[in-house]
Design a protein around this ligand. Structure first.
Ligand SMILES: [Zn+2]
Length: 258
């Protein structure tokens, strides 16, 4: 009988611990669910566990790094670039559309076009776009024209500097042909691209849009040309759609050096 009483006493002590444990867990879950309501988010089970662990340590707002889909505060960056301009027929409308959308773009201009339309270069600069170098006459670097190519880059830079008062640091080498030594020799950096919808050989703006949207991801650099009405129409559709998807359009320097 005495043994049985001892057993009951021990059982009571165990029950007190069990109940205390259940109470603590219930409180913890309430804290988690009130956190979830505040955030207005659907928190998946895996993250609920992380929140439970963290909630014990601190009253500070919780930041979870592991899954940016749920707690991302900043927009995803993406850059749209236009080569071969400025073009009197297409560039003014493009600049107007970018202004209306509050979008910053990067223009890799041909030096001789810039010299013909300095007012468009000034407008780009005033609107906060980045202006880059695309050689003076749109020549392709090859094995035998290294020095000529360098002169082309310098002449373009000089033209832009005369208009904007600033040096151009970024080069889009025509057809992507580049010599790494130029980076030191000229203090210029090549900017290639990862999305090329080949807008110059398509008369279907919808196709151009579709290609870009299917490949777009954070930090993508999109290549277009302000030389065709279909490219301008496509650019606006791409921008509107990607903004809806949470992308923020930035100039290429923000993607390369951030
Ligand atoms: Zn080009």
């Amino acid at each position: 009988m005495k043994n049985f009483k001892n057993f009951l006493a021990a059982f009571d002590v165990v029950m007190v611990f069990v109940l205390a444990g259940l109470w603590a867990e219930k409180n913890m879950l309430q804290m988690v669910s009130s956190y979830m309501e505040r955030e207005g988010e659907n928190v998946p089970a895996m993250q609920t566990e992380q929140i439970q662990k963290k909630q014990g340590d601190t009253e500070e707002p919780i930041k979870i790094q592991e899954d940016t889909n749920y707690f991302e505060l900043e927009d995803k960056k993406i850059a749209i670039t236009f080569d071969d301009g400025p073009n009197l027929t297409y560039t003014p409308g493009l600049l107007q559309g970018l202004r209306e959308r509050n979008v910053k773009a990067t223009f890799f201009v041909i030096g001789k076009n810039a010299a013909e339309h300095p007012e468009l270069i000034e407008e780009m600069k005033k609107d906060g776009h980045l202006i880059g170098n695309h050689t003076y006459n749109h020549i392709q670097l090859n094995d035998s024209n290294r020095e000529v190519f360098k002169e082309e880059l310098k002449k373009n830079s000089e033209t832009i500097r005369n208009i904007t008062g600033e040096d151009t640091l970024y080069v889009r080498p025509p057809y992507g042909s580049w010599d790494k030594d130029f980076e030191k020799e000229l203090n210029m950096f090549p900017v290639l691209w990862d999305i090329d919808p080949r807008d110059w050989c398509s008369s279907d703006a919808g196709k151009v849009v579709e290609t870009v949207l299917s490949q777009a991801e954070e930090n993508s650099i999109i290549l277009l040309h302000d030389q065709y009405d279909t490219s301008i129409a496509a650019a606006f559709a791409i921008i509107d759609k990607l903004k809806e998807e949470g992308y923020q359009f930035v100039t290429v320097d923000e993607i390369l050096f951030d």
